[in-house]
Design a protein around this ligand. Structure first.
Ligand code: ARG
Length: 275
């Protein structure tokens, strides 16, 4: 394995902004404040380092404001990365930048088949040896099945039904092989049932905290980094033996992202057991 300790890819927000609208959080009339975004990003960066992660940096590119959301660069699996194939043209330019970075880092890049939309770790999350895969709004179910077949792993497709929770990492966060945070209304009833069957301890978040991107948390061992304004989830985490660390990320919510979206675990999530 190339990375043997927690290593996270991030991209500084030099060219971040709301330049187009591809999810209901984004409004060009509600611009982000670049200076505040920079401070919030720096605080997250420092927090993750404090929690034991090594941070690698992707160089920002003008005209690619969402490049900051490195979770969508691809899905890491051992020394390989399944590159994203973005549904929206506005983000498709990111893939060449991501591909270059991964290749210079020594990872093998795998391209999706034509028309198989796939948005990387934003929609595909390992919990143990099983890939939980959000589909419909961004990624295609056929793309998820293709990726899982390439890895020879079990996949549980989860249909996302709420445009505000368009990526799986906005409404689901595995904590350990038996525990996860989730926002039930984001899933169709079949997906809710699948989650209940496969994950013994599910922590539901309330509407108000889902809107604060409570589920979009970064888990490093027993530490959980997340946006501010999620007191109920913080309490539930403490009760389960986790330590929440909140840091303000409001500027990124304007684009529909928070802590988790701003990161990509290059060594695989702590909770992932790669087949
Ligand atoms: N504006 C970006 C988009 O709509 C936000 C991506 C957030 N990333 C994530 N992994 N949820 O694509």
């Amino acid at each position: 394995m190339k990375y043997d300790s927690p290593t996270i890819l991030m991209c500084p927000p030099d060219y971040y902004g709301i330049e187009y609208e591809i999810n209901p959080w984004m409004s060009r009339s509600q611009q982000s404040d670049l200076e505040v975004a920079r401070q919030q990003w720096e605080s997250l960066y420092a927090l993750l380092q404090k929690l034991g992660a090594r941070i690698e940096l992707l160089t920002p590119v003008k005209g690619l404001p969402d490049l900051v959301f490195t979770a969508n660069a691809g899905l890491i699996w051992k020394d390989r990365v399944f590159l994203s194939l973005f549904r929206h043209e506005a983000r498709q330019g990111e893939t060449a930048v991501d591909r270059d970075w991964f290749q210079q880092a020594g990872l093998e890049t795998i391209e999706m088949p034509e028309d198989y939309f796939f948005e990387g770790a934003g929609d595909a999350l390992f919990c143990g040896d099983t890939l939980f895969a959000g589909y419909l709004i961004r990624s295609d179910v056929k793309a998820m099945q293709w990726v899982a077949a390439e890895m020879n792993c079990r996949v549980i497709p989860l249909q996302l039904i709420d445009e505000f929770y368009y990526h799986l990492d906005t409404c689901f966060c595995p904590l350990s092989e038996t525990e996860a945070i989730y926002y039930p209304p984001a899933f169709d009833s079949y997906a809710q049932q699948a989650l209940q069957e496969h994950i013994p301890h599910l922590i539901p978040v309330v509407d108000a905290e889902a809107q604060r991107f409570a589920c979009n948390a970064v888990v490093i061992g027993k530490s959980v980094a997340l946006n501010t304004g999620c007191p109920e989830l913080e309490q539930a985490l403490l009760e389960r033996g986790y330590t929440p660390h909140s840091t303000p990320l409001d500027e990124f919510i304007k684009a529909g992202g928070s802590a988790k979206c701003l990161t990509l675990r290059l060594d695989g999530e702590c909770v992932a057991v790669w087949p």
